[in-house]
Write a protein that binds this ligand. Structure first.
Ligand SMILES: [Fe+2]
Length: 302
């Protein structure tokens, strides 16, 4: 059964240090920062009023994901589909929709308790064009804002939810040791031509999010961002490399919230008719060398 979900429309993050995030995401990565009166921040990658939303808080983690559907009927269909599968669905109403800068939305949780929203009618800012502070351009459109990788304890239950209940399509699996000494199988799911909008990683980490990926239009945007990160001493969890499955040329700077942001170019576009599920035993064709995160500064105690 096909899915009503067409793209990853927005992502909400709870972060503790706005000023560090601002320096990281604008000056180094070229994302547009737009502060709101309520103290939150809209990060823009294109004409959408918001793509990444920052809420101030201590968790430094994913707050919610927002999945875009075509229109009001598709939202109704998705709500019915979820309810038929026994999933509790909330329709928060006009105030929350206006806060999310969409026409209407529903909200539900996955088997691991991650909060998901599905919406239609995203607000467009044609009168206030997106301008990157570094001149970067981002590949979004019908492929959505990028992808998100979630940690999980029960991957079979998560796969059943996203593939079976929500109708995502499976692109492939990677069985490897992304971090040396820790073998795992990551599964990659799509809802449009982007190779994956969601990946599920069975890793036990204290965060719901493993990383968030945004994709640039030119390879030079990645190269220049890499230069800026290197010259400012930003930690790279993975060095520049090319992924085995989606062919993304990318590097992974560590965000001020302690999870990674994959900054990439050249991701594979999948044709549903001809695609078949693949298995890889390496994360990358080359590069993406793991670098241990820096230890937090220890305060001296007597
Ligand atoms: Fe990724």
């Amino acid at each position: 059964m096909t899915s009503q979900i067409e793209a990853l429309g927005y992502v909400g993050l709870e972060v503790s240090d706005f000023s560090a995030w601002r320096a990281f995401i604008t000056d180094k990565l070229g994302v547009h920062w737009s502060a709101r009166e309520d103290g939150t921040v809209d990060l823009r990658l294109d004409q959408y009023a918001t793509r990444l939303r920052l809420h101030e808080g201590p968790r430094d983690d994913l707050a919610y994901t927002g999945w875009e559907v075509k229109d009001a009927s598709a939202l109704d269909e998705l709500e019915t589909r979820l309810e038929k599968s026994g999933v509790l669905v909330e329709r928060p109403g006009i105030d929350v929709a206006s806060d999310r800068r969409v026409n209407d939305l529903i909200r539900f949780t996955d088997p691991e308790g991650n909060i998901h929203e599905a919406f239609y009618g995203p607000l467009q800012r044609t009168n206030d064009p997106f301008v990157s502070p570094t001149g970067a351009q981002f590949k979004t459109g019908r492929q959505g804002l990028g992808h998100v990788v979630l940690s999980c304890n029960d991957k079979p239950a998560m796969l059943e939810f996203f593939l079976g209940t929500l109708g995502f399509r499976l692109s492939d699996h990677i069985r490897t040791e992304v971090v040396p000494g820790r073998p795992l199988e990551i599964s990659f799911l799509r809802c449009n031509g982007r190779h994956h909008s969601l990946a599920l990683a069975p890793v036990r980490i204290p965060k719901r999010i493993v990383h968030l990926m945004i994709e640039t239009v030119t390879i030079d945007d990645v190269g220049r961002a890499l230069d800026r990160c290197l010259s400012s001493g930003t930690h790279l969890t993975f060095t520049l490399g090319r992924h085995s499955n989606d062919e993304m040329l990318s590097f992974y700077p560590l965000t001020p919230s302690g999870f990674d942001l994959e900054y990439g170019w050249g991701g594979l576009e999948v044709d549903d008719e001809s695609w078949h599920v693949l298995t890889h035993d390496t994360n990358s064709a080359w590069g993406h060398i793991y670098q241990r995160p820096p230890k937090p500064n220890k305060t001296e105690t007597s």
